[in-house]
Design a protein around this ligand. Structure first.
Ligand code: PMP
Length: 353
């Protein structure tokens, strides 16, 4: 049966990428597996260099003072690393949900953090707007896409101080002026590859301004100096991410995938809006094009609906354990056809009910 994978991450990846990376595990270099060759071999160093330069190229950041790193510890380690490398006196954070809250919690280990705005009062179903970013702070941190509640920042402030953004769940999905950001980080396991590596893009000139001693593994400068090879990198995750970035480039880059993502999101949200059995969670103007969150108006239909989508080969539609309901994650590699299958099940439920 064809599966339609709406999982929030780890999630669907392009089939051709998985075939290539599976093959590389068996034989990458003259009978040697990708995961048994030295990370210092030319074969792997080339992979790392390609992955780093493709990431910058796709984001339009080549030659603009940025460096790309593939690190470990997930996006969650970046909550801490950003603060260690950037926080001297005070930072401003926009709190748009669970992940922003976790970033704030880690930064608070070092200092009081100022929340420039928060949507917690409304269950994080919208993105705060019209807030001020204090000019004398070290940096401003935001989360571009709220994976759990299904909201997405459609516009970014013109920050007077360095802007740091957690783009874990929508990087490479839409065109933006990425030069607005000074640090971008994203766990690979949504639009890029398997879990195990985190892409970190750093504008070099924002570094070196804190007085604390930074442990080596936490220090962006050290990772940059070592070409993202300070210690043994997660070779499989980096290789598979590199293949996904190549796949995206061959498709026409972010502008091309953005058009597909818009079509998928429009189809999904028009069903949520037109079908009286369902209700969208996020405020319309802030709806995420990656994660559509919705609930059933009548919980009595839950068992029927759940059976229907499971029988259609759909996977990963349950909402995050903290909010319940449903969440259709429509990352780059999910096809429009998969969204059509889900939407068809939703209208069939309406016909049946
Ligand atoms: N930030 C966002 C926006 C996320 O969606 C996630 C994970 N889903 C994280 C951070 C945490 O990422 P990791 O599990 O790689 O630490």
């Amino acid at each position: 049966m064809k599966r339609h994978n709406f999982s929030a991450g780890p999630c669907v990846l392009p089939r051709e990428v998985m075939e290539k990376s599976a093959q590389a595990v068996l034989d990458y270099d003259n009978g040697l597996s990708l995961i048994e060759i030295s990370h210092r071999s030319k074969a792997f160093v080339d992979i790392m260099e390609q992955a780093r330069s493709l990431a910058l190229e796709l984001l339009g950041l080549e030659g603009k003072g940025y460096k790309a790193l593939f690190l470990q510890g997930g996006a969650s380690t970046q909550f801490l690393m950003v603060a260690l490398n950037m926080l001297e006196k005070r930072a401003g954070y926009l709190n748009t949900g669970t992940w922003s809250s976790k970033a704030i919690k880690e930064a608070k280990i070092f200092d009081d953090i100022y929340e420039v705005a928060s949507s917690e009062n409304a269950g994080f179903n919208y993105i705060p707007k019209g807030y001020d970013i204090p000019e004398n702070y070290d940096y401003f941190h935001c989360t571009s896409n709220n994976t759990i509640f299904g909201t997405q920042m459609k516009a970014f402030p013109n920050s007077p101080i360095p802007m740091v953004c957690d783009m874990s769940s929508d990087i490479f999905s839409r065109t933006l002026d990425f030069t607005k950001f000074d640090i971008i980080y994203a766990g690979a396991q949504k639009n890029m590859g398997p879990a195990g590596t985190t892409l970190v893009i750093v504008k070099e000139d924002v570094l070196g301004k804190v007085s604390r001693k930074i442990p080596s593994m936490m220090d962006y400068k050290i990772h940059i100096g070592k070409g993202s090879m300070f210690n043994t990198p997660p070779v499989f995750a980096v290789y598979t991410s590199m293949l996904t970035l190549q796949w995206l480039k061959n498709k026409g880059g972010i502008a091309a995938i953005e058009k597909e993502n818009e079509k998928k999101a429009q189809l999904m949200y028009s069903e949520i809006d037109l079908n009286p059995l369902f209700k969208g969670y996020a405020t319309k103007e802030d709806r995420s094009f990656m994660n559509a969150t919705f609930t059933l108006e009548n919980e009595n239909l839950k068992d029927t609906f759940d059976t229907m989508w499971k029988e259609a080969g759909i996977n990963g539609l349950n909402g995050h354990r903290s909010v319940g309901g449903y969440r259709a994650s429509m990352y780059n590699a999910l096809s429009l056809d998969s969204v059509k299958v889900l939407v068809e099940i939703m209208s069939e439920l309406e016909r049946k009910a």
